[in-house]
Design a protein around this ligand. Structure first.
Ligand SMILES: [Zn+2]
Length: 369
C-alpha cells in the first residue's frame, strides 16, 4: 500500500508528512492514494474512523491518537433522504476526522523535537486540533482574530491550548500561525494535506452505512473546501476500487455572502461583502487558498454548486431543530440547498440523498426569536 504527497501545481513530491505546502513553489499539496480499497480490510469491531486503519498507510496503528471520532449515525430523515450526524463527533464537528489522522501522523515527531503545533482557527477546527493535541500530550498554539469570543473559543481554552490573539484580517492570522519559529510545527487544517485526507473516512462511512452503495447525491456546506475535497477523494477511491458502481453527485452548498466556489464554478464574477453578517458564521472563506483545486475537483466529478439566502438558512435551521436536529447554522446551509434544489425539481423522485450535518448546534451564538 502506498501513497504520495504531491504539489498540485508543479508536481514536486514530498516525503514529509509535516509539509503543508510545496517546498519548491509554495502551492498546495495533495495526498494521492496508490492502492485499492477493499471491504475485507475494514476492522468491523472498531466503530470509528480507525475501522479504516488499513487505508491510511502512513499511520502506525500503535501511534493512533483517538477520542472515539467517526462512525456517526446516518439517519433516515424521510423517504430516501438521509442525514449524516457529524455533530456527534467528540468535539462537535466533522473536523475530528482530520485531527485524529493528522495528529496521529505527526505527534511522535513533534514530541521528539520538543516542539509544539500551531493552527489558525477560532472555530471548530481550532477546538478539534486543541483537543487532539491535549489527547496526544503535545502543546498547541491556536491563533485567532483578536475580537473573537464565544463557546468555540472557550472550548479551545478549556482543552489547554494557548490562544494567540492577532489583529488584522483573517489572512494575517494565518500568516502569524505559519511564521517560522523554533520548534513550531504548523498544522493549519485548510492547507494540510494529511488533515484533508482524514476527511475521506466520511465517504467510506456513508457508503458502508448504505451497505456499500453510494447515495445518488451528497450535499455539503463549503467554506475553505476540505470537507468537499476529502469527501470527493473518498468516493473516488471507492469508485476506482470497484466498491461502488458510480460516484454520487456532490453538491457544494454556500451562502450568498460567501460563495467564491459557486461563482467560479458557474463562471460568474464574485464580489465578497465588506463584512460577513451571515448566521452561518463558520462559512467565512471569501478567498480560499484551495479554490482552484476545489473547482477543478468539483468539475471532474460532475458536481454542482448552490447558493442560499439568509432567510432560507434560518428557516432550514429552525426546521431542523423543530424536528429534533440541533445543528450549527453551517449545516443548515446544506439542508436549505437541498430544499431549494428539490423545489426546483433538481432532485429526482426517490433519489437517495445524504445531507451532511457538519456540526452541533450547542456552540451557536444564535438566540431563539
Ligand atoms: Zn510546487
Amino acid at each position: 500500500m502506498s501513497y504520495e504527497i504531491k504539489c498540485t501545481v508543479c508536481g514536486q513530491t514530498s516525503a514529509n508528512l509535516l509539509d503543508y505546502k510545496c517546498r519548491k513553489c509554495e502551492n498546495p499539496l495533495d495526498l494521492r492514494l496508490d492502492f485499492a480499497f477493499n471491504v475485507k480490510g475494514v476492522r468491523k469491531r472498531v466503530h470509528g474512523v480507525w475501522r479504516y486503519t488499513k487505508f491510511f498507510p502512513y499511520i502506525k496503528p500503535s501511534e493512533i491518537v483517538t477520542l472515539g471520532e467517526g462512525w456517526t449515525p446516518l439517519i433516515r430523515f424521510f423517504g430516501n433522504v438521509y442525514f449524516k450526524l457529524e455533530g456527534l463527533n467528540p468535539t462537535g464537528s466533522f473536523k475530528d476526522r482530520g485531527s485524529t489522522v493528522l495528529i496521529s501522523a505527526i505527534h511522535k515527531h513533534v514530541k521528539a523535537y520538543g516542539g509544539f503545533i500551531s493552527e489558525d482557527s477560532s472555530g471548530n477546527a481550532g477546538a478539534s486540533i486543541a483537543a487532539y493535541a491535549a489527547r496526544a500530550g503535545i502543546k498547541a498554539k491556536i491563533y485567532v482574530p483578536e475580537n473573537v469570543s464565544g463557546p468555540k473559543l472557550n472550548q479551545i481554552m478549556f482543552y489547554g491550548a494557548e490562544v494567540v490573539k492577532v489583529s488584522g484580517n483573517r489572512s494575517h492570522v494565518a500568516e502569524e500561525a505559519q511564521k517560522q519559529e523554533r520548534r513550531k510545527f504548523y498544522v493549519g487544517h485548510i492547507l494540510h494535506p494529511v488533515f484533508r485526507d482524514g476527511i475521506r473516512s466520511l465517504a467510506y462511512e456513508i457508503s458502508e452505512q448504505l451497505n456499500w452503495e453510494a447515495p445518488e447525491s451528497v450535499y455539503l456546506p463549503v467554506s475553505a473546501g476540505m470537507l468537499l475535497l476529502g469527501v470527493i477523494s473518498g468516493f473516488k477511491h471507492l469508485a476506482v476500487s470497484g466498491v461502488i458502481a458510480k460516484m454520487p453527485k456532490i453538491v457544494a452548498c454556500q451562502t450568498r455572502q460567501v460563495s467564491p466556489l459557486y461563482h467560479r464554478f458557474k463562471g460568474l464574477p464574485y464580489h465578497p461583502p465588506e463584512k460577513i453578517t451571515s448566521i452561518a458564521d463558520a462559512l467565512v472563506s471569501t478567498n480560499p487558498p484551495l479554490l482552484e483545486l476545489i473547482a477543478k475537483e468539483l468539475r471532474t466529478v460532475n458536481g454542482d454548486a448552490v447558493i442560499v439566502e439568509e432567510d432560507e438558512i434560518l428557516k432550514a435551521f429552525k426546521e431542523l431543530a423543530e424536528r429534533g436536529f440541533f445543528v450549527e447554522p453551517r449545516s443548515a446551509v446544506a439542508y436549505a440547498a437541498f430544499k431549494k434544489q428539490r423545489e426546483k425539481g433538481k432532485v429526482a423522485r426517490g433519489e437517495k440523498a445524504v445531507i451532511v450535518l457538519t456540526g452541533t448546534g450547542l456552540k451557536t451564538a444564535l438566540k431563539p426569536n
